[in-house]
Design a protein around this ligand. Sequence first.
Ligand SMILES: *Cc1c(COP(=O)(O)O)cnc(C)c1O
Length: 409
Amino acid sequence: MLENFIPYSTQSINQDDEMAVIESLHSSHLTQGKYLIEFENTIAKFLQTQHAVCFNSATSALYVAFRIIKELVLEKETSLKKYGHLDALQKILYLKDRDNFHFAHNHKTISILTTPISFVATTNMMLENDITPIFGDICMDGNLKLEGLESLLRDDTVAICSVDYAGNSVDMEAFREFATKHNLLWISDSSHAFGGSFNGKKAGTLADIGIFSFHAVKSITTCEGGALVSENAFFAHIASLICSHGIVKKTLYNHDCITLGFNFRLNEIGARLGLSQLQRIESFLTKREEIARFYDKYFKDNPYFFTPKNHSSVISTRHLYPLLLDSSLTCKKEAIANELVQNHVGVQVHYKPIYNFSLYQPFNYPILRNAEDFYHAELSIPCHQNMTIGIAKKVADTILSVFEKYAKK
Ligand SMILES: *Cc1c(COP(=O)(O)O)cnc(C)c1O
């Protein structure tokens, strides 16, 4: 048995991070200061994207992304007046010379194509904006399946929202093509994939809006935090307005409030910690990859579960290491998971298909075959930067022995 409990994921904080946090505490500003600006600029540079706006969580950033879509579609006229960027808005409304862009239509409702295999915040933030999620099925790597998605498009579908499951980027080129072909905006919930890439391009950055989380278990942390990134200055501008009360400053005290905003800001302590963590991200991702490759080899040809293979164009952040149980064992998964936890191996299931939650019952969503099978088969096991190969071996041995026991039962 392992001496200490090994969580499926956790943060890594070293002395540099500690010093960084203390430094920020002694700064003249604890909020709205230089570290936030520096963190946003550093994120944009790291991701090679034009704009990055930080938030107190990815959930807040998702809310804002969908709110932007809602305002542009349902409140087109008022948005034009409110934000006053007529040229920029026209460009978005008739995106990149696409003919008959959906936003040019007069919609009364909005729907967005998305995946049921995500953290519930992805679609909760659509509901908060009166947007209906339409769930497509998934591939066996846990990512939204583009094939067949066309048939789910409705007249009021204006966007697609993908999730980079486990840190494994969706095929960004295929999603870009799909979005362009169907005149959709593309939101990438890349909360698992900060630092990952597809064909050399950072995950989330081919989308119209990319969302990242800096929650403690994600690839880098600000304790709580998130970011919205975009190539589009207008999106970034509205995002920072909604993030901070919708206020624009004119002179020293003559401010104006031009849209309904919130206080979704990331504070200076979080921003400073994020800057320090960003210095360490390569070592985090390398370590996670090392653990994952060890598992890949160690579990090869075992009779109990499969380990999903990543696309060769993808560099995953390995946010999760998912096992997919053989169908003969899925009915024993709960007992197996409990026994692993008793043996100090932290496991979790990612995710119950969102349409199964009580909150989503009134929509009467159809059951999706792959999503259901995935949920029943999936078990995430420890994979993070605080592990050593020695610990990974102990975890792997514990897993194999527990599975062996239940396979015989
Ligand atoms: C973690 C996560 C979120 C929410 O992130 P917070 O920063 O905790 O708000 C949203 N979507 C996905 C896919 C996530 O994994």
